[in-house]
Ligand binder design. Structure first.
Ligand code: GUN
Ligand code: ZN
Length: 439
């Protein structure tokens, strides 16, 4: 029986599928995974035979079930949850003005109960869909962001949460002065750290260059450095946006060099989209070891374009996947995997030398790639000793819509069915830091 008992050793026995490097999956037919729940839920050992230590709890997977690492969504806007599926006939800049900013602004007026309820539901649904780590943009308002942090914390999800910063080119009621943005960013970092949680972390969040002055971006770069924080922003998502940045920052070579000049490119920086980059910009990102969050659902939905992931990987740029709710209309990382594969096929139709992503590669981007993007590949992203046990028990047979031939239940078949046909019905249990938090 599974329980969420926190203490002692947990032993899980059964098949495992995980990425050991980009695009390279390991299929363990029958593994024993020993997890120490008292040591922040880290994996003690992965072996072919039962370990000698007695475990407080022993879980044997049923036929058809397998274990895989949890998904890492590297780009998600929490206050856009209610907008999913809305306004997607617009392109980015109109969509922001007409659909997105008004929704985010409403978090300044809504009641605490209302906001808590929405964020609670959001975190629960994401966990059920297998997102064990999520990198969130919050909104501008400090009180709503504190509620977001508290609800995500209570859900047990691992997360990075950022107070959005905007001090120019923003709607009258949805903007702060440079000083307010800075003060509230520091306040929010302190708020999150006061929780003394190993799971929730602050992330410095300039929305994107058009809505941030150079002074704001530089000061945010300093805060991230002083406070050893991650950074997230948007980059090169849409052609009109890129033109606008060129007009706003004419003294800089490129959109990416604006961020470099502000000190925002670090090994802990996540750049969402990054479709329209020159070779020099890709090189700059690689040199700073920053990462790109590929958000294919959003890139299609807002008619932004197709990112050539293969080119970035070939150049050694770190790439991960994001849902970009609600530019993306799906919160599912399985959807992100599928749309990343489709986007790569579209690219290969035009450029046959750019081979499409395989299912193994898309899954790698959603797990190990995500861990690397948040600079946590030493502790997250697959099922290896020393890493946190953030994992899913998958069972494609739990979804009656998925047809399987009687003689086809190899691990490879079950994995492929999960990637292409799966949804949250196929996830029997979700663990974060060794603790079962959703089933
Ligand atoms: N660029 C600036 N803000 C946003 C946002 O909220 N969503 C997306 N997709 N792009 C952005
Ligand atoms: Zn976004």
């Amino acid at each position: 029986m599974l329980s969420d008992l926190m203490e002692g050793l947990l032993l899980i026995e059964g098949p495992v599928v995980h990425a050991i490097e980009h695009g390279k999956l390991e299929h363990l037919q029958h593994a024993f995974i020993l997890v120490d729940r008292s040591a922040q839920g880290k994996i003690v050992s992965v072996s072919h035979a039962p370990p000698s230590e007695p475990a407080a709890e022993h879980v044997r997977l049923h036929p058809g079930q397998f274990l895989c690492p949890g998904f890492i969504d590297t780009h998600h806007h929490a206050p856009q949850t209610q907008n999913m599926g809305l306004g997607l006939d617009w392109e980015l800049l109109d969509w922001l003005q007409k659909i997105t900013f008004p929704r985010e602004q409403s978090y300044g007026d809504r009641t605490e109960t209302d906001i808590r309820g929405e964020y609670r539901g959001m975190a629960r649904r994401l966990l059920r869909a297998g997102t064990t780590t999520c990198v969130y943009f919050g909104s501008l308002q400090e009180p709503a962001n504190e509620l977001l942090a508290e609800e995500v914390f209570a859900s047990g999800q691992r997360a990075f949460i950022g107070k959005v910063c905007m001090d120019q080119n923003s709607p009258a009621g949805y903007v702060e002065t440079t000083e307010e943005n800075l003060q509230n960013t520091v306040k929010f970092i302190e708020f999150i750290r006061s929780k003394q949680s190993n799971l929730i972390n602050p992330i410095v969040t300039p929305r994107f260059a058009p809505t941030c002055s150079m002074q704001l971006m530089k000061e945010l770069g300093n805060i991230a450095l002083q406070q050893a924080c991650h950074i997230q922003t948007h980059l090169g998502e849409n052609k009109s946006e890129v033109d606008w940045v060129r007009e706003l920052f004419p003294e800089h070579q490129s959109y990416t060099s604006v961020y470099a000049a502000a000190g925002l490119l670090t090994e802990k920086t996540i750049l969402a989209h990054a479709i329209y980059l020159t070779d020099a910009e890709k090189q700059l990102i690689k040199e700073h070891q920053a990462s790109i969050s590929h958000c294919p659902n959003s890139n299609f939905a807002l008619s932004s374009g197709c990112l050539c992931v293969r080119d970035l990987l070939d150049r050694g740029v770190k790439v991960a996947l994001g849902t970009d709710v609600s530019g993306g209309y799906s919160p599912s990382m399985l959807d992100a995997c599928r749309q990343a594969i489709i986007a790569s096929k579209c690219i290969s139709f035009q450029s046959p030398n750019q081979t499409p992503l395989t299912a193994a590669e898309a899954f790698s981007l959603a797990t190990l790639g995500g861990a690397s993007a948040i600079n946590m590949s030493q502790t997250l992203g697959n099922i290896q000793p020393g890493k946190f046990f953030d994992a899913l028990i998958v069972n494609v047979k739990s979804n009656p819509q998925i047809a399987l031939a009687d003689d086809e239940s190899s691990l490879q078949t079950l994995f492929e069915k999960f990637i292409f046909c799966g949804d949250d019905r196929c996830i029997d249990a979700v663990f974060v830091a060794g603790r079962m938090i959703s089933k």
